[in-house]
Design a protein around this ligand. Structure first.
Ligand SMILES: [Cu+2]
Length: 57
C-alpha cells in the first residue's frame, strides 16, 4: 500500500511521520503481556530492516 501511495502521511494514534533530522513522539499503552512488532511504513524501509519488537511482561 505504501508503494502505491508513497506520499501518504501518517498522523494517527499508532503512526507518525517526521522529516529527516526531526523527532516525534508516540505513546502506546499496552494492556497485555505479549510480544508486539512494529515497523517503518516508508516504502522499502521494512525490507531494509527498520522493524523492531516490544516485549511486554
Ligand atoms: Cu524508515
Amino acid at each position: 500500500m505504501m508503494r502505491a501511495m508513497p506520499d501518504m502521511v501518517h498522523h494517527d494514534a499508532n503512526a507518525i511521520t517526521v522529516d529527516a533530522g526531526h523527532s516525534g513522539k508516540l505513546v502506546w499503552k499496552f494492556t497485555r503481556a505479549e510480544k508486539f512488532e512494529f515497523a517503518c511504513l516508508q516504502p522499502g524501509h521494512y525490507e531494509a530492516g527498520m522493524t523492531g519488537t516490544v516485549t511486554v511482561k
